[in-house]
Design a protein around this ligand. Structure first.
Ligand SMILES: [Ca+2]
Ligand SMILES: [Ca+2]
Ligand SMILES: [Ca+2]
Length: 334
């Protein structure tokens, strides 16, 4: 009887663990809570690519479940380039434009050009809902600017995810400094109030590493059905320590890293237990010498050349390595 009770308890715990993993609400801050990334980064278009931004723009998507029908806001933290947080080159003379898009043409699953991966393609597809250019503005330094209100039905509806898609494009339209910023999807214009079931994702993650030895940053790509291997590309990693890939199945495989102003790519095999879950790309800083102000870009594609999404709130939760999966794999079939 006692055994039965404890078994039931374990099942109950497992059920709620699984349940909370899928309904957990933390996709609102970008970078996400589990990512431990200090800032997103976009340089003015006159910057040098050796400072860590190869295309001077960054595209992020927000998905909002159909059930949510109230207005929402996109809050940008430190949208200006000057004062605190930002990376100065000479003097602060950079202008950055943030633009919010909705409507047809936004959904990156239907319209690959919307992903913003290739120069010259129309990553500004969709209806422009709001836009603002920021220079060196003390008012928004270390502070929020709020876009909105937006109506969820102004988005591009995606049936598979039962969600409306929105897009925010950040462009360094002039100057050469690095604009560091963050986003928060909120139901309130003045506070960061998460929206249940919402998430954020990008296809080309441009971010800043911490300026300390101890902090490990993470990004969480989702492995969709049919993935056999993925091809990773990392840019301008400044030879800063190691990048490890961890999953339910992988204890931690080290991938080749870039140094200064170069891309390094490699293939990573995907095993069946990893499909339908997230991978954990871990960014460990080198320990002998502190690499400061390291900006880096990561993109992934599958064996068909289709790009993978990095979710701010990992789908299925943060993957934890489960050694028994390896044992099961090598067990001979009866
Ligand atoms: Ca400058
Ligand atoms: Ca900034
Ligand atoms: Ca760098």
């Amino acid at each position: 009887m006692k055994l039965k009770k404890s078994k039931f308890k374990i099942l109950l715990i497992l059920y709620f663990l699984g349940f909370s993993m899928f309904t957990r609400v933390s996709g609102q801050p970008v970078p996400g809570k589990d990512e431990n990334i200090p800032f997103l980064v976009t340089f003015g278009k006159d910057g040098k690519t050796s400072w860590g931004d190869y295309d001077f723009h960054q595209v992020f998507f927000f998905s909002i479940l159909k059930d949510y029908t109230k207005p929402f806001y996109i809050r940008v933290f430190d949208p200006d380039c000057g004062g605190e947080n930002d990376e100065i080159q000479g003097v602060f003379d950079t202008k950055t434009m943030f633009s919010v898009y909705g409507g047809k043409g936004v959904d990156p699953e239907v319209n690959p050009e919307s992903r913003g991966l290739l120069k010259g393609l129309n990553y500004k597809s969709g209806n422009l809902l709001a836009s603002r250019i920021f220079g060196n503005e003390a008012r928004y330094d270390n502070n929020y600017y709020t876009f909105g209100p937006f109506n969820p039905s102004e988005g591009d509806f995606n049936t598979k995810w039962n969600s409306y898609m929105f897009k925010i494009v950040c462009e360094g339209i002039s100057g050469d400094d690095g604009n560091l910023y963050k986003y928060f999807l909120s139901s309130d214009p003045d506070n960061n109030i998460p929206i249940e079931g919402a998430n954020a994702f990008t296809y080309a993650y441009h971010f800043r590493m911490w300026n300390d030895f101890k902090s490990v940053s993470h990004i969480y790509p989702y492995i969709d059905t049919g993935t056999v291997y993925i091809r990773q590309s990392n840019f301008d990693w400044d030879n800063d320590g190691t990048i490890l890939v961890v999953s339910r199945y992988k204890q931690g495989i080290q991938i080749p890293i870039s140094n200064e102003d170069n891309w390094v790519t490699s293939n990573i095999p995907i095993e069946p237990p990893e499909v339908g879950s997230s991978l954990d790309f871990q960014f460990h800083k080198r320990q002998d010498e502190l690499v400061k102000n390291n900006n880096v870009v990561i993109t992934l594609e599958n064996q068909r050349g289709d790009n993978l999404k990095f979710y701010s709130s990992p789908i299925g939760g943060v993957p934890i390595y489960q050694p028994q999966m390896r044992v099961e794999k090598v067990k001979p079939k009866k």
